[in-house]
Design a protein around this ligand. Structure first.
Ligand code: UDP
Ligand code: MG
Length: 329
């Protein structure tokens, strides 16, 4: 296989690291491991499998330990409690030593047969990241329909127009990508967006086979869509204004204040006009513009203050002047 330098500048002798986050998947693991091993052996890849046990309460840990006895390529990381898929992926990424890192779910919904082509797309087509696309899904309609909407929004907001399935568990990365992104909270749904924000623009997609869940049940309920949208808003905001919050809050604060100011002028002008024209006039508090002025001027001040506080936080953050330099000469 091609020789490339890994992050530490050493010659990486592992072609592929497979990172598998898992939570209570004891039944699937032996089958998954055997399948990955078969694919790796058939294609002559050097590999490692990193099982990240996300605080499973079933026998998953014992199963991983038993598998590791017979396969030296297996590494296990066991969380003390259930943190979530993103922390599990992030921890796996930190340990991965392969030139190409492939993530897949542990529930056998993703097929290891996709690995060779994903590997080729990273090493030969020079993609930074290749995301799987479950074009034909074996999931209930209650999941597939909102997923379509969710992906359309994610495409729009992130600007990654060629992806149809942001949250596919099966993805391949150039090693350097996973070392330069931080997946936290529930941000695993947006890893391509995180990669793009970190400057990795060559993002591709591969249609992959999807299978129905054979054992166990899904770990995410319908609230995944609510959380998904909130996280997307967070990423959009931090990506755009994370380093300069005043540009967001200051703009909206000014607009609010301006609206209030115009309302005050209208209220005052109408009253003065009526007074001097000897028309009948009422109290300013009887005008709806008075309340609009009051609310928007207070909101404008609040937004400005939020902007100042945001700037103070940025000024004190350790990453405020941290830039990834691609090359220097
Ligand atoms: N998972 C995890 N931690 C969690 C929830 C899920 O590591 O808190 C793993 C899970 O075991 C599986 C993958 O994330 O390997 C995807 O989960 P699931 O199959 O439930 O998601 P779905 O296919 O329904 O999107
Ligand atoms: Mg699944």
């Amino acid at each position: 296989m091609a020789t490339e330098k890994n992050e530490a500048g050493k010659k990486a002798d592992i072609d592929i690291s497979v990172v598998i986050p898992l939570y209570n998947e004891e039944e699937s693991l032996p089958e998954l491991e055997a399948w990955i091993r078969r694919v790796m052996d058939e294609n002559g890849f050097s590999y490692e499998i990193i099982f990240v046990n996300d605080g499973s309460t079933d026998r998953s840990q014992e199963v991983i330990e038993a598998l590791a006895q017979s396969n030296p390529h297996i590494h296990g990381i066991c969380f003390r409690r259930n943190y979530g898929k993103s922390p599990a992926l992030n921890t796996g990424f930190a340990r991965a030593a392969g030139r190409v890192v492939i993530t897949m779910d542990a529930d056998l919904q993703d097929s290891p047969d996709e690995i060779p082509e994903l590997y080729r797309m990273i090493t030969e087509d020079r993609y930074d990241l290749v995301s799987g696309y479950k074009q034909k899904r074996y999931d209930p309609l209650s999941k597939t329909l909102p997923t379509k909407l969710f992906n359309a929004t994610a495409r729009k907001v992130s600007g990654i127009k060629n992806l149809h399935d942001f949250n596919c568990g099966l993805k391949a990365y150039r090693s350097t990508v996973v070392k330069h992104i931080e997946v936290y909270g529930d941000m695993h749904r947006y890893i391509p967006y995180l990669a793009k924000l970190a400057g990795f623009n060559h993002i591709g997609e591969k249609v992959v086979q999807h299978r129905a869940r054979k054992y166990g049940k899904t770990k995410f309920g319908l609230n995944r869509f609510v959380h998904g949208y909130l996280d997307l808003a967070t990423l959009w905001f931090t990506g755009k204004f994370g380093g300069k919050p005043m540009h967001f809050f200051g703009l909206w604060g000014s607009l609010m204040f301006l609206l209030g100011f115009i309302s005050v002028i209208i209220v005052g002008a109408v009253k003065l006009y009526n007074m001097y024209s000897h028309n009948q006039y009422t109290l300013v508090t009887d005008s709806p513009y008075f309340y609009i002025a009051l609310v928007t001027m207070i909101l404008g001040c609040q937004l400005f203050l939020a902007g100042f506080i945001g700037e103070l936080i940025v000024r004190n953050s350790s990453g405020r002047n941290h830039y990834e330099i691609d090359s220097e000469f």
